[in-house]
Design a protein around this ligand. Structure first.
Ligand SMILES: [Zn+2]
Length: 425
C-alpha cells in the first residue's frame, strides 16, 4: 500500500516491470531490431519502463532496469502510450438524444443540427460549460486518453466563443478556435458578414486562448473561399490551421488543408484520387484524421483508411466527440471500428490513435514511450494492444498515468495491492 501512496504522489521514480507487451511507437526500440517495418516499436515479454517525475526515463529489458523508488508489477499486461484524441467538441450544453433516435429512424445528418446545441450553449453558465468539459475529460481519461484537443463552435458570438476557449485553456493545451463551425443564426442571410466577424472581432477575442484555428468546410457550412479566409486570418494571428474536410461529400477542404500546411485534414470520408495523392505527398505536414464515431453515429459510409495508408498518408484516429454526430469519448471504440470497418490492422489503428494523434497535434513529447517522452501511459487489462479491437466495448484500462502521475486505476484489477517497494541501491 506504501507503493500506491507513493505512486499517486509526485516526483518519485517508478519502474513498471513484467510488461507483457510494450508499444513504444519508437521503431528504434523494437525487439525485432528496429526499422520502419515495426512502427509500433513493439517489445513483447518482460519489458520495463521507468518513470522519473513527469517523464519516461528508461525503456528496455526488465532485468537491466535501473533502481527506482517504487516498483509496480504489471502482471504481464500490455502497456502503451496514452491515447491522443486530436479532435473533439466538448464545449457545449444540452442533449440531442432525440435527434439521434430520429436519425436512427431514417432522418439524414446535416450540418444544421449544430444550431440546436448553439442555443443550449449560449443559455448555459460558464460553470455549466466547465462542468461538462471536465466530466468528459475524466470520462476520456478513464478510457486511456491522456491528451485531449477540444474546440469552440457552439457559441458563435464573440462572447460565447471566447468564454468557451478560455474555459478550455484551463484544462488542456490543445485548444482550437472553431468560430466557423456553422454560420451563426443571426447571420443566416449574410454569411459574408459572419465570416467578417469570425476573421475580425471574434478572432481578436479568441486568438489569445487558442493554439489552432479550424473551419467546417462543407456544403451547408463554409465553402472553399470562406474557409481559406478563416484559416489565413487565424494564421496571421499565430494560430495553426486544421480543417474539417470532406466529411459529408466531395469538396475543397482536403486540398485547402494541404495547400495551407494545416496540421490535419479531419474526416476525409469522401476523397478523390487527387485528394489522396495530396495527403500522401503532404504526409510530413498534414495528417489525415479519421473520425469513425461520426460515421457510426450517422450510419454513414466509413472513410477508407486502407486507401490512405497504402498511398503513404499519415493517419490519426480521433473521437470527434460532440453531442450531435459522435457522442463518444472512447478511443478504444474508435480503434475497434477502424479495424472492423475501415481496413486498418490492429497495429495501424493503435498507432493512429496514439502516435498519429500526436503528429496531428505536432507534439513530439507524447504518443510514444521512449526516454524523454512525457510519462502518459495506459496499462491494459489484457496481454496485448490487439485486445482493444478484439474485445470491443470492454473497459480495458487497468491504469492510466498522465505526466507521470497515476490518475486512474481499476480497483478490481488486483493491481497495486500486492506491490513491494523496490530495493534501494
Ligand atoms: Zn469535428
Amino acid at each position: 500500500m506504501t507503493t500506491t501512496a507513493k505512486a499517486t504522489g509526485k516526483a518519485t521514480s517508478t519502474v513498471i516491470t513484467n510488461i507483457g507487451s510494450l508499444v513504444t511507437n519508437d521503431p528504434s526500440l523494437s525487439a525485432t531490431g528496429g526499422g520502419s517495418r515495426d512502427p509500433l516499436g513493439l517489445i513483447p515479454g518482460a519489458a520495463a519502463v521507468v518513470i522519473d517525475g513527469d517523464r519516461v526515463a528508461w525503456v528496455g529489458d526488465a532485468r537491466k532496469a535501473p533502481a527506482t523508488d517504487n516498483r509496480l508489477d504489471a502482471g504481464g499486461r500490455a502497456l502503451l502510450p496514452g491515447f491522443v484524441d486530436s479532435h473533439s467538441h466538448l464545449l457545449f450544453a444540452g442533449d440531442r438524444g432525440a435527434e439521434f433516435a430520429a436519425r436512427m429512424s431514417g432522418r439524414p445528418y446535416t450540418a444544421g443540427g449544430i444550431r440546436t446545441t448553439v442555443a443550449a450553449t449560449r443559455a448555459a453558465t460558464d460553470a455549466d460549460i466547465a462542468a461538462t468539459l471536465t466530466r468528459f475529460l475524466g470520462e476520456a481519461l478513464r478510457q486511456g486518453t491522456t491528451t485531449q484537443e477540444t474546440k469552440s463552435g457552439y457559441g458563435l458570438t464573440v462572447h460565447d466563443e471566447a468564454r468557451a476557449l478560455e474555459i478550455a485553456a484551463r484544462h488542456t493545451d490543445e485548444v482550437t478556435y472553431l468560430g466557423a463551425h456553422v454560420v451563426a443564426p443571426e447571420f443566416a442571410g449574410d454569411p459574408a458578414g459572419y465570416v467578417a466577424l469570425v476573421t475580425g472581432a471574434m478572432l481578436d477575442a479568441c486568438a489569445p486562448h487558442a493554439r489552432w484555428v479550424d473551419v467546417f468546410c462543407e456544403r451547408g457550412a463554409f465553402d472553399g473561399d470562406q474557409a481559406r479566409a478563416v484559416l489565413t486570418a487565424g494564421m496571421s494571428r499565430g494560430l495553426t490551421p486544421r480543417v474539417h474536410a470532406n466529411q459529408l461529400g466531395h469538396g475543397p477542404g482536403v486540398q485547402l488543408a494541404v495547400e495551407l500546411g494545416a496540421a490535419s485534414a479531419d474526416h476525409c470520408t469522401h476523397l478523390t484520387d487527387a485528394d489522396v495523392d495530396a495527403l500522401a505527398s503532404a504526409a510530413d505536414t498534414t495528417v489525415a484524421t479519421l473520425l469513425p464515431g461520426a460515421e457510426f453515429s450517422t450510419r454513414a459510409r466509413y472513410p477508407d483508411a486502407r486507401r490512405l495508408l497504402d498511398a503513404g498518408a499519415a493517419v490519426a484516429l480521433s473521437t470527434d466527440c460532440n453531442p450531435g454526430s459522435s457522442f463518444t469519448t472512447s478511443m478504444p471504440f474508435c480503434v475497434a471500428v477502424a479495424v472492423r470497418d475501415m481496413g486498418m490492422t490492429p497495429d495501424e489503428a493503435v498507432h493512429a490513435a496514439t502516435h498519429g494523434g500526436a503528429r496531428a497535434l505536432r507534439r513530439q513529447d507524447i504518443g510514444r514511450i521512449a526516454p524523454g517522452a512525457r510519462a502518459d501511459l495506459l496499462l491494459l487489462d489484457a496481454p496485448s494492444h490487439v485486445h482493444l479491437a478484439y474485445r470491443p466495448g470492454v473497459p480495458l484500462a487497468a491504469a492510466v498515468w498522465k505526466d507521470g502521475v497515476l490518475r486512474e486505476w481499476r480497483r478490481d484489477s488486483g493491481l497495486l495491492l500486492d506491490q513491494q517497494p523496490a530495493a534501494q541501491p
